[in-house]
Ligand binder design. Structure first.
Ligand SMILES: Nc1ncnc2c1ncn2[C@@H]1O[C@H](COP(=O)(O)OP(=O)(O)OP(=O)(O)O)[C@@H](O)[C@H]1O
Length: 253
C-alpha cells in the first residue's frame, strides 16, 4: 500500500493573458506517492512546469486544493510555507542556479543553515558527504564557473538533498546537459530513488523519462493518462524506451 505525499484536488492555475485568462491547469486531480519516481510529460506549453511549481508551493493555485501529507498547503502562513519549501522539499532546475561566488561545497551547505538546527560543522560534514555521494567531491573547492555542467548539476542535487527532503521536484534537470552528463545525472537520481527518495520530475526527454516508475501525461490542462513500470534497470533501457514511446504515441504526443 503506497503512502500518499501530495494530492491535488480540482487544481486550477490561470495566467492573465492579453486582457483574458490562459487556463493552464484545469481541475487537475492527482496523487504523488512516497518512494515513487514520478515523471510528468506532455507537449511543450502543456503546463508541466506550472504544475510542478504549483504542487511544490513555489507558485499559488488559482483554485483547488493541494494537500501535503494530508494537510492543505494553503492553510500554512507564508513563513511556514517557506520553511516547508526549505526543509522538506528539494528543488533541481534545468539551470542549476548555484551561487557563482561560492564553491560547490558552500553551495551545497548553504541550504543546510535554513534547515533543522545543525552546527556549522555538521552542515559542512553533511555537504561533503553528499558531494561524495553525488560523485563530485573532487571539485568541492571549485566555483560553479570552474566545473562542467554535469558536475554543477550533481552539486545542485547534493544541495537539494541537504535537508533530507521528503520529495525532490526536478524541472528538466538534464535539459542543459550533454549526453554523457545526462546519463550520469539520471543514474544518480535513480540511485537516490532506490535509497527511498521520492522524486517528481518534469521532462520532455524520453531517455530521461524511462528512469521513472510512474508516468503522468498532461494535456489540455488535465492529466489525460497514467502508466506505471517496474523500477528502472539499465539493461532494460531500450525496451523501456519503446514502451514509453508507444505510451506517448497513444497519448497523441
Ligand atoms: N508566469 C507566467 N505568466 C504568464 N503565462 C505563463 C507563466 N508561466 C507559464 N505561462 C504560460 O503557461 C503555459 C504553460 O507553461 P509551462 O512552462 O508550464 O509549460 P511546459 O509544459 O512546462 O512547457 P515546456 O515543455 O515548453 O517547458 C504556457 O502557455 C506559458 O506561456
Amino acid at each position: 500500500m503506497k503512502t500518499q505525499i501530495l494530492k491535488a484536488v480540482d487544481l486550477c492555475k490561470s495566467f492573465a493573458n492579453n486582457g483574458g485568462q490562459n487556463h493552464v491547469l484545469d481541475m487537475i486531480n492527482l496523487e504523488i506517492y512516497k518512494g515513487d519516481f514520478t515523471v510528468i510529460m506532455g507537449s511543450s506549453g502543456a503546463g508541466k512546469s506550472t504544475l510542478l511549481y504549483t504542487l511544490s508551493g513555489m507558485d499559488t493555485a488559482t483554485n483547488g486544493k493541494i494537500y501535503y501529507k494530508d494537510k492543505e498547503l494553503n492553510s500554512y502562513a507564508e513563513k511556514q510555507m517557506a520553511d516547508i519549501r526549505a526543509r522538506e522539499f528539494g528543488f533541481i532546475f534545468q539551470q542549476m542556479h548555484l551561487i557563482s561566488n561560492l564553491t560547490l561545497l558552500e553551495n551545497a551547505a548553504v541550504v543546510g543553515y535554513l534547515g533543522q538546527k545543525k552546527s556549522t560543522k555538521e552542515v559542512r560534514e553533511r555537504a561533503l558527504a553528499l558531494l561524495t555521494q553525488t560523485h563530485v567531491e573532487h571539485a568541492k573547492d571549485r566555483l560553479p564557473s570552474q566545473v562542467s555542467g554535469g558536475e554543477a548539476q550533481r552539486a545542485a542535487i547534493a544541495r537539494a538533498m541537504m535537508n533530507e527532503p521528503e520529495i525532490i521536484f526536478a524541472d528538466e534537470p538534464t535539459g542543459a546537459l550533454n549526453k554523457r552528463n545526462t546519463e550520469d545525472v539520471l543514474d544518480l537520481l535513480t540511485e537516490l530513488n532506490r535509497q527511498g527518495q521520492s522524486i517528481l520530475m518534469v521532462t520532455h526527454d524520453i531517455r530521461a523519462a524511462i528512469h521513472a516508475d510512474r508516468f503522468l501525461y498532461l494535456e489540455d490542462g488535465k492529466i489525460s493518462g497514467e502508466m506505471e513500470m517496474p523500477p528502472y534497470e539499465s539493461k532494460d533501457a531500450k525496451n523501456r524506451e519503446k514502451q514509453v514511446d508507444a505510451w506517448l504515441s497513444s497519448m497523441s504526443w
